[in-house]
Write a protein that binds this ligand. Structure first.
Ligand code: ADP
Ligand code: MG
Length: 384
């Protein structure tokens, strides 16, 4: 059975002289114990979708079921406190005037009365789960950012809800801590087996944590699939560009069969991964991931090897980020850290056919994703 079913969800905000459509016909089916991620640029409707699930926002139309029970539709509206959910926000929202214990105990003091001993036991369990037991008597203000984030996670879990909603919970942490909390979050989620909806604009978080991802743009879901599908088989320039760095090469399909697909491009003829629905003669865009390009000082045997000149060479520790000029095209490539070519070097770039993904032309999508990626990168900068 699905844990969460969202059907044709729409939400508009009324502004002074216009209405903003924040969520536009979103339909999702999220299974038990899934780690489901809404991924997309700022303003694409992720938070609004999550707030509708939580009951903090009443959708303009559509319906939502939690565990097979309708919580909102045109006839039903179950208030937030009667929905079986826990929620963590980007800004932690811990109560500064309370101790760690009181912060976590708070949700247990609402509604049904529990005995003191039971409250204490539940709080201890929740704190133990997030490795915070030793801070039980501290004031919330005496915690670091990462500890406050753990505290808000314990608070969200203390009632043992069926569903956990997380809105960019890691984005206010510094890079190192974010990575650590990322792994911990997944471990905790697996251990307690809780259906989770996670919101982020960070593709690495989305790819590494999720069982499934819905990529959103302009209030709509533009692709839904496993992390592998989203990364390796993007269905548009928007997704290819937003999820990972990608170079795009325009061309025309020269031949297409179930076993081989070739595209004539400015680089030359590219052998690509075969794909149904691609017709000979169609105009196409070939998407190339930096890490799938092999950079060498001598030509390689076989298909898809092109001579180029290094424009930019950045050593980044675990590899070298290149920009390589091939004809009029500038390709991004990720090379090994052991050898580093420098600007001006003549090199050869080779791509395996399986790594050359043909997309249908989507002229606006790529532009939108590039802008969105810039904004996302800006967000990260300002966190430091
Ligand atoms: N309270 C609000 N009033 C008016 N517009 C809003 C409000 N909240 C969000 N929006 C608008 O709705 C759209 C989606 O916002 P949001 O769901 O917050 O996106 P995301 O979480 O993906 O950044 C954006 O255009 C945003 O400006
Ligand atoms: Mg948001």
């Amino acid at each position: 059975m699905s844990a969460i079913r969202i059907n044709q969800l729409r939400h508009t905000y009324a502004m002074k002289n216009k209405t903003v459509t924040a969520v536009d016909d979103v339909t999702l089916d999220i299974g038990d114990n899934e780690f489901f991620t809404l991924l997309g640029p700022s303003g694409c409707g992720k938070t609004t979708t999550l707030r509708c699930i939580a009951g903090l926002e009443q959708p303009t139309s559509g319906s939502i079921e939690l565990g097979g029970v309708v919580v909102v539709s045109d006839r039903v509206l179950v208030p937030t406190h009667r929905r079986d959910i826990g929620m963590v926000f980007q800004d932690y929202a811990v109560w500064p005037h309370m101790s760690v214990f009181e912060n976590v105990a708070f949700p247990l003091r609402i509604g049904r009365k529990l005995r003191r001993a039971e409250i204490a036991e539940r709080v201890e369990q929740a704190l133990d789960l997030v490795n915070m037991s030793q801070y039980i008597d501290r004031r919330a203000t005496q915690l670091s950012g990462g500890q406050q984030q753990r505290l808000s996670l314990a608070r969200a879990l203390v009632r043992q809800p069926k569903v956990l909603l997380l809105d960019e919970p890691l984005s206010n942490l510094d890079a190192k801590l974010r990575e650590q909390m990322r792994s911990e979050l997944r471990l905790i989620q697996q251990r307690i087996g809780i259906t989770t909806v996670f919101v982020t604009h960070d593709q690495v978080e989305a790819l590494s944590l999720s069982t499934r991802i819905a990529v959103m743009s302009g209030g709509r879901v533009v692709q839904e699939g496993s992390p592998r599908e989203i990364y390796l088989e993007p269905n548009s320039e928007f997704v290819a560009n937003f999820v990972g760095a990608t170079s795009f090469v325009a061309g025309r399909v020269l031949s297409s069969s179930p076993v081989a697909l070739t595209v004539g491009t400015e680089l030359g003829t590219l052998s690509c991964r075969p794909q149904p629905d691609v017709r000979t003669g169609a105009s196409a865009i070939v998407a190339l991931r930096p890490e799938s390009l092999v950079v060498t000082d001598k030509p390689t045997q076989g298909d898809n090897c092109f001579a180029g000149e290094v424009e930019l060479s950045l050593f980044v520790g675990d590899g070298v980020d290149y920009r390589i000029k091939v004809g009029d095209q500038s390709l991004r490539a990720r090379g090994s850290a052991r050898v580093q070519f420098v600007a001006g070097d003549t090199v050869y770039v080779t791509a395996a056919a399986d790594d050359c993904v043909v997309l249908l032309a989507d002229p606006d999508g790529a532009e939108a994703a590039r802008d969105a990626t810039d904004v996302a990168a800006g967000d990260v900068e300002s966190d430091r």
